[in-house]
Design a protein around this ligand. Structure first.
Ligand code: 13P
Length: 245
C-alpha cells in the first residue's frame, strides 16, 4: 500500500561533475528497482539534476523559504522550486533546527507553502542523545510531529522522516526494533490528526543508513524507506540501499 521511498540528502556536498557521474551510474543500476527514488542536491544544482535525472528518479530540495515571495535576500521559495520542476522538499531537518534555529512552528508554515505549490514535503523529526538517555525520545518526537504539522489539513503531500540526531553521520543506527517502535508511535500520533490518511503516510528512517543495514530496517512494517545522508553521495552504495527497498 505504501511504496518505499528512498531519498538522498546531499546536504552541502557535491559538485557539478560529480552530480553528472552520479546520475549516470544511478540510472544504469535501476533496472529492477521497485522503490521511488529522490535525490536532493544543493539548490544551485537542482535544475541540472532535473535535466539529467534518469527515468524513475525525482529531484528534491533540502529547504525552502517560509515566505511566498518578496524582499528576502538569499531565500528560495517553494513556488520557485515547483517552477523548476523540483517535486519535493526536505523540511525541518535536525541540522536546520539546530544550526539555523528553525522551530516546529516555522516548519509547519513551510509545509503549508510546500503543499500550496504541490511539492512533497519530507518533514524531519528526531530526538537528541540526551533526550533519549533521559527517556524522553518518544515524547519529544511526537511533540515535533504535532507542532510541525499544526494546521496542515491535508496530508496527501506529506512524508515523515524519523532521524534520531545521535544517529546522523555517526555510524550508529537505531536498532530496527527501536526504529519500528518509534515509527509505530508516530503513526498512532498521525491517526489523531489524519484519521483517514494516516495509514497511507510514509515514514522514512534516517541516520547512518547504508547498504548493509537497509534491508533489516525496510523489513519492519512501519519503516517505509530511508532518508540517506553520507551513503547517498556514492551511487554504488546508494544503489545497494535501493536494491533493499
Ligand atoms: P547520514 O545518513 O549521513 O547519517 O545522514 C542522515 C541524514 O541526516 C539524512 O537527512
Amino acid at each position: 500500500m505504501r511504496r518505499t521511498l528512498i531519498a538522498g540528502n546531499w546536504k552541502s556536498n557535491g559538485r557539478k561533475a560529480g552530480l553528472e557521474t552520479f546520475l549516470e551510474v544511478l540510472g544504469g543500476g535501476l533496472a529492477s528497482a521497485s522503490a521511488e527514488i529522490l535525490i536532493c542536491p544543493p539548490y544551485v544544482y537542482l535544475s541540472k539534476a532535473v535535466a539529467l535525472a534518469p527515468e524513475g528518479v525525482s529531484i528534491g530540495a533540502q529547504n525552502c523559504s517560509v515566505e511566498q515571495e518578496g524582499a528576502f535576500t538569499g531565500e528560495v521559495t517553494a513556488g520557485m522550486l515547483a517552477d523548476c520542476e523540483v517535486g519535493a522538499v526536505i523540511l525541518g531537518h535536525s541540522e536546520r533546527r539546530e544550526l539555523f534555529s528553525e522551530s516546529s512552528e516555522l516548519v509547519a508554515s513551510k509545509v503549508k507553502r510546500a503543499n500550496t505549490e504541490g511539492l512533497m514535503a519530507i518533514v524531519c523529526v528526531g530526538e537528541s542523545l540526551e533526550e533519549r538517555e533521559k527517556g524522553l525520545a518518544e515524547a519529544v518526537v511526537l511533540e515535533q510531529v504535532r507542532q510541525s504539522l499544526q494546521g496542515v489539513g491535508d496530508a496527501s503531500g506529506i512524508v515523515l522522516a524519523y532521524e534520531p540526531v545521535w544517529a546522523i553521520g555517526t555510524g550508529k543506527t537505531a536498532s530496527a526494533e527501536d526504529a519500528q517502535n518509534m515509527h509505530a508511535a508516530i503513526r498512532r500520533c498521525l491517526r489523531e490528526q489524519y484519521a483517514e490518511q494516516a495509514d497511507g503516510i510514509r515514514i522514512l528512517y534516517g541516520g547512518s543508513v547504508k547498504g548493509g543495514n537497509a534491508a533489516e530496517l525496510f523489513a519492519k512494517p512501519d519503516i517505509d524507506g530511508a532518508l540517506v545522508g553520507g551513503a547517498s553521495l556514492d551511487a554504488k552504495e546508494f544503489l545497494q540501499i535501493i536494491a533493499a527497498g
